[in-house]
Design a protein. Sequence first.
Length: 364
Amino acid sequence: MKKSVLVIFAILFCLRVATHAAVPNEVNDPLRPQQGYLDEIGVPKLWNSGIIGSSRPDLTFVVLDNGTSLHPDLLHNMDTARSVSFVENRDPFSDRGNHGTKVAGVACGVGNNAMGITGVAQRCNILVMKVGEVVEYPDGRKENTVSEGAVMTAFYSLLTNVPGVLVVNASIIADGLVDSTGMGVLGRVIEAGKDRMIVFAAAGNDTQPGSNYSYRVRYPCGLAKMLPNVVCVTSFGRNHDFEWYANHDPIITTVAAPTVLLTTSADGGYGLFGGTSASTPVAAGVGYLWLSGLMDKGVRVDANVITRIKQAMRDGGRSNPALGIIPELDAWGGWELLREWFELDAPSPLPPQFGPRRPPRTRP
């Protein structure tokens, strides 16, 4: 009898090991060891549970930026057929400012392809929407600019021409579109998509040297105060306090994410990327992972699900006195909340020593 029990136990143990071996615990991308920020925010815990992103056609990651190059470490995740430019340079894959390519790599660099870096979401359906270009001045200076008309057109196009769930990364500034109400026409367009679109927007980099904080956040990030489908993202640094330049209104800002990250570069190589522009695709990539996980488990995305994604960014985050009431992004903590809210019964892949999930945070 004892021998039979031991044999059964051994078989069950082997099955358990085999099951975990099938989970994408580690990736073979050579620059992954230089991406410690992924470990800091708990992204590999999601990967270990089988949530690595998705290329499903009903979930789209939108890079609203100055173009995104056809980098070999992005190409497999890119929807080249539907990508579009709304500015004079009609090529959406021209990124002379080397900005959109960096954004895309942070969120959606192809994972486990034995190449370069690993994106937060290893599998993505990237739609490039070019809304800006580089301006070159006579003195040799170059500046990334955004066409606010193109931004408006892009959002209209998303709602009318792109079906399914939309995760929009807006590491851009479009202050000219705000009005006295704080909403502007763009805000009303984004609000109209609240049942299937969530926008991750950069807070801005306007804090002056010597000051400890800046309450001002830029538009459309400021819409997070009024809209349940806008997430305003600021930056924390290596010491887990605010980067000196990062805007972070404590009432409007949803979450803080890492910055100064290794990512894809428009020249086909890799380079560092900083500012709240870099932090935003970290949070957006996590949002994409969460939505892919929910959709794969049969959850139908509606306005409540979109609102819960934003709430998980905030309430699932780590409390840090250096950041006041703005939480640090925690990919696993937010997922545990979502799993509870939507009554997903999948057991936690984490061993008991990780401890119980902390209670949801609330804002004053």
